[in-house]
Design a protein around this ligand. Structure first.
Ligand SMILES: [Zn+2]
Length: 368
């Protein structure tokens, strides 16, 4: 066993060494305060004073069986922090301790198991920060439909060979008719605006709900739009009734209906269906909506991958570049088609869903 493997092995049983946790000793030894705080939280859970001593003892044993690192044990405490009923907290802790896997696996399972913290409803805000190097930041909270339209408008002319951020700033300043820092030049009149009509709503709905909406009692039906936002059936009727409806059909196992083509580039219909199947880039925690995505070949075109629905997935520009197209490369993970939906699989082959926007067609229609 080499020294690195030995250190990793010792991290696998934090219960053994955290029993003797001492924060001052850890700080004096040069550990950062964040780590010390995490260890303290774990120590208090498994060794601190409690009236649930029997549960605490069982939890120590479960933690030892789990082989979890202190980072994983802290993750559990972090995720159940908001649970106020102590009995419920212990139950969740035991469920999480029974999971086997690495940090990412535990994190994903925790998303499923732990009830979400009820956050206060966000309000509209806008704040400007302090200037640094003649630049100044801005933070905005605004209705998601408007922000999606803005994001789409700013992304529209972004060129792939340069970083997107600066180009989006330029586009925003141009829309606002500002001078982009050049105060001596006369102001350029705005020649483009943000059109709320740009993100075209393609409707991802199962057949019976579609009928409800047309009958006018579809208030409760939530629709996922391809710009990454949602609207109710009633809102949909108010905005789009009378316009041409686009309804994609989905098979429970195979996903979007296949349209076989031998061309390298997907046609518009295929692009639309791919975006309907997955309303965001499928890489976990990526929040790029499918309208802002490129269409990716799951099996690379250069390796004989066909341009048909089962082989297409929307992927943001960044993740399209970092995807392990080569089946022998296992660096950054790759997109696979699992039962009709594009799903990101880790370099070791574990599928992980992106839960940023749960309104992909297959989730909406078939509950996954
Ligand atoms: Zn992405």
């Amino acid at each position: 066993m080499n020294p690195f493997t030995a250190v990793l092995g010792s991290l696998k049983n934090p219960i053994d060494f955290l029993e003797y946790f001492d924060s001052q000793e850890a700080i004096d030894a040069g550990l950062d305060t964040a780590t010390v705080k995490k260890w303290e939280t774990v120590h208090n859970t498994y060794f601190g004073p409690t009236k649930w001593t029997r549960k605490q003892k069982q939890a120590r044993e479960a933690a030892q069986r789990s082989g979890f690192t202190s980072d994983q044990l802290y993750l559990i405490e972090f995720r159940i922090k908001h649970i106020t009923v102590e009995r419920e907290k212990w139950a969740l802790r035991f469920r999480l301790l029974s999971i086997r896997g690495n940090f990412t696996t535990l994190k994903c399972k925790a998303d499923d198991i732990v009830p979400e913290k009820k956050a206060p409803a966000p309000r509209k805000t806008m704040a400007f920060g302090r200037s640094r190097g003649r630049m100044r930041p801005m933070r905005v909270m605004a209705p998601e439909r408007d922000m999606a339209a803005l994001e789409f408008a700013l992304n529209r002319h972004v060129s792939a060979d340069r970083p997107a951020g600066p180009q989006m700033v330029d586009a925003l300043l141009e829309i606002l008719g500002l001078r982009n820092g050049e105060s001596n030049e006369p102001a350029v009149p705005p020649h483009s605006t943000v059109s709320p009509a740009i993100p075209r709503p393609m409707i991802l709905i199962p057949y019976p709900s579609y009928i409800d909406i047309l009958n006018g009692d579809g208030d409760e039906t939530v629709l996922g739009l391809t710009d990454g936002t949602t609207m109710t059936g009633a809102e949909f009727l108010a905005e789009h009734y009378g316009e041409e409806l686009e309804v994609a059909t989905f098979h429970p196992q195979h996903g979007a209906v296949n349209l076989y083509h031998t061309k390298r580039f997907a046609n518009q219909k295929q692009r639309d269906l791919a975006r309907a199947t997955s309303t965001t880039c499928p890489v976990p925690d990526c929040r790029q909506t499918s309208d802002n995505c490129e269409i990716h070949h799951v099996e690379a075109w250069s390796r004989g991958g066909p341009t048909n629905m089962a082989n297409l997935a929307p992927l943001c520009r960044y993740h399209n570049r970092t995807n392990d197209d080569d089946p022998d490369r296992n660096h950054r993970g790759r997109i696979k088609n699992i039962r009709g939906s594009p799903v990101w699989c880790s370099p070791r082959g574990f599928p992980v869903a992106n839960k940023v926007h749960p309104f992909g067609a297959m989730t909406l229609l078939f509950g996954r």
